[in-house]
Design a binder for this molecule. Structure first.
Ligand code: FES
Length: 87
């Protein structure tokens, strides 16, 4: 996982799932945790290291308690090898 940010400073997490790039908000919806720095990506699931909540990074859906609110996702395009995230 890689940490990035939108032009307005909103932190993002970028994930590589089977060669496809996905972007979500970086902060866990359950607490003040950077998923790109403290999460673990297993397949298409990022697990938060604090309380082991989890999200599907391809949809943003919360998939494990205590996370109940979904992560915001962002469309990603790759142009000439550069990742572009649409806010
Ligand atoms: S802060 Fe992420 S699961 Fe609690």
């Amino acid at each position: 996982m890689v940490k990035s940010a939108l032009p307005d400073g909103t932190p993002l997490a970028l994930y590589n799932v089977d060669g496809r790039i996905y972007a979500t908000d970086d902060k866990c919806t359950h607490g003040e945790v950077s998923l790109s720095e403290e999460g673990t990506l297993i397949g298409k699931t990022v697990e938060c290291s604090w309380h082991f909540g989890a999200f599907d990074v391809t949809t943003g859906k919360a998939t494990a308690m205590p996370c109940e609110r979904d992560l915001k996702t962002y469309p990603v395009t790759i142009i000439d090898g550069i990742v572009h995230v649409d806010a």
